[in-house]
Design a protein around this ligand. Structure first.
Ligand code: G1P
Length: 301
């Protein structure tokens, strides 16, 4: 199975930083955001390759996932073996690329990788969300297996006024992940059968408060439907719209995840908070991080 990671956007919210550096290359601690997403995508045993869909204007992403033996050798000759190993690791990940030649929406980006998935189910991982535990896709695969290989999305509850930022699902709770039988309908481990979905609804039109968090396991039918998908919200070809059309012919499920299992990197303030939160809890960074904060008398709102 392949995992598609769309990474073709302009990174507008991070300008001017993203004028010359793709947004996906911004670091979280010591690694670019894209590497977390690639590693998460490769976590389930079923996944063999990550397919990054990018624009021809972002060659840095292609270079990053290439081996650089000259740099490795230089680092080793200077006794910096841990850095050499980190460079080698990034260059050895099974990442392939496809190009999206015009910014035409998420659905269009996914469709640009159609040849790579060749009639198989595939994962989609959006890059604005880092999941250190890398466990969401495994849960989605579990739900899919117990429902005949159907499409599955990860969802989480949000405040009613936030629904217009997301794709929102309609449906009913039908099942639970093992161990989550006691979970409420919008608590982690609840499994829903999806009966509809809307991209960026107004609060009044939202069918629930469960939004799609950016992790999808999709059937080949969804890829086929993207071929002739008409533009939707924002004039863009929306993945949500093709998924909604697939419901006429196939069942789809949603599994509720803990919204705090991921960290937002899609806006400067989210990215800054993610770096701070992850530094504070990573033994490699926590000591120096807290020292720097304490030196200035701590942090208060
Ligand atoms: C995309 C999807 C949306 C989903 C969201 C999650 O929207 O279209 O359905 O809920 O990601 O972050 P975007 O953030 O690209 O506007």
């Amino acid at each position: 199975m392949k995992a598609i990671i769309p990474a073709a956007g302009l990174g507008t919210r991070f300008l001017p930083s993203t004028k010359c550096t793709p947004k996906e290359m911004l670091p979280v601690l010591d690694k670019p955001v894209i590497q977390y997403v690639v590693e998460e995508a490769l976590e389930p045993a079923e996944v063999t390759d990550a397919i990054v869909v990018t624009s021809p204007n972002k060659p840095e992403l292609l270079s990053y996932f290439q081996p650089d033996t000259a740099l490795e050798q230089l680092l080793r000759s200077r006794g910096k073996d841990a850095y050499a190993a980190a460079v080698a690791e990034a260059g050895a990940l099974p990442v392939d690329f496809r190009f999206q030649y015009k910014p035409n929406g998420l659905g269009h980006a996914i469709r640009s990788a159609a040849d790579a998935v060749a009639g198989e189910s595939f994962l989609v991982l959006l890059g604005d969300y880092v999941v250190p535990a890398r466990d969401i896709c495994t849960r989605m695969l579990e739900v899919s297996r117990s429902h005949g290989g159907a499409s599955v999305v990860a969802v989480a509850p949000c405040a009613p006024e936030e629904v217009s930022r997301y794709g929102v699902v309609a449906g009913e709770r039908i099942d639970s992940l093992p161990g989550a039988e006691g979970a409420a309908d919008d608590e982690p481990g609840a499994v829903w059968r999806v009966s509809g979905m809307v991209e960026k609804p107004s609060p009044a039109d939202a069918p629930s408060n469960l939004y799609i968090v950016g992790r999808y396991l999709l059937s080949p039918l969804v890829m086929d439907l993207l071929e002739d998908q008409a533009p939707g919200a924002g004039g863009e070809i929306q993945l949500t719209d093709a998924m909604e059309r697939s419901l006429e012919r196939e069942a789809m499920y949603a599994v509720v995840i803990d919204p705090l299992s991921g960290y937002d990197t899609g806006t400067p303030s989210g990215w800054i908070a993610t770096n701070a939160l992850m530094a504070a809890s990573d033994p490699r960074f926590a000591g120096a991080f807290w020292d720097a904060i304490e030196e200035r008398g701590g942090l208060k709102r």
